[in-house]
Design a protein around this ligand. Structure first.
Ligand code: HEC
Length: 135
C-alpha cells in the first residue's frame, strides 16, 4: 500500500474516532440530565435506529463497514482478520466476553465500538466472531 493511501486511511479513522468520542460524551450527558421515565423509551428508539429498520447486520457487514480499516492490515497493532497468532493470546487471557467488552468500551488505540456508534452490542459481537472465525 502506498504511504499516502495509508496516511489518508489513518487520518480518516482518527477523525471518525474523534467524532465518535464527542458523540459518546454528548450521549452520556443527555442520559444523565434525562428525566427517569424517558430513559426507557429513548433506549427502545436507539435500538430501532441501530437495527436500521432492516434487522441486524451480519458480522461480516459490520466488519467491512467499521472494522476493516484497522483490522484488515493491523493498523496501530490491531489484531488482523482470521490471524490466529494475533487473536489467540487475547482469547486465552480474556475469553470472547472479555474482548467483546473491550471492543464495546474501547482499549488503547481501539475506539469504543470500533467507531460504529449505531451498532448494537450483538452486531459488535458478530463482527468479532467473524474476525476470529476458523482460527
Ligand atoms: C481506529 C482503528 C480501529 C478500528 C476502526 C477498529 N479497531 Fe478493534 N482494535 C484496534 C486496535 C489498535 C486494537 C488493539 C488494542 C490493544 O490491545 O492495544 C484493537 C483490538 C480489538 C479487539 C481485541 C480487544 C482485546 O480485548 O484484546 C477487538 C475484539 C476489536 N478490536 C474489535 C473491533 C471491532 C468489532 C471493530 C469494528 C466494529 C473494530 N475493532 C474496529 C483498532 C481498531
Amino acid at each position: 500500500m502506498k504511504v499516502k493511501t495509508w496516511l489518508t486511511m489513518m487520518a480518516t479513522a482518527l477523525t471518525v474516532f474523534a467524532v465518535q468520542a464527542q458523540e459518546m460524551s454528548d450521549d452520556a450527558i443527555a442520559e444523565r440530565i434525562k428525566p427517569v421515565g424517558e430513559v426507557h423509551v429513548s433506549g427502545a428508539a436507539a435500538e430501532g435506529a441501530a437495527a436500521g429498520g432492516g434487522g441486524a447486520k451480519s458480522g461480516e457487514d459490520v466488519y467491512n463497514q467499521a472494522c476493516v480499516a484497522c483490522h484488515g492490515s493491523g493498523v496501530l497493532g490491531a489484531p488482523k482478520l482470521h490471524v490466529a497468532a494475533d487473536w489467540q493470546p487475547r482469547l486465552d487471557e480474556r475469553g470472547l466476553d472479555g474482548i467483546w467488552e473491550n471492543a464495546l468500551n474501547g482499549i488503547n488505540a481501539m475506539p469504543p465500538r470500533g467507531t460504529c456508534g449505531a451498532c448494537s452490542d450483538e452486531e459488535i459481537k458478530a463482527a468479532i466472531e467473524y474476525m476470529i472465525e476458523g482460527i
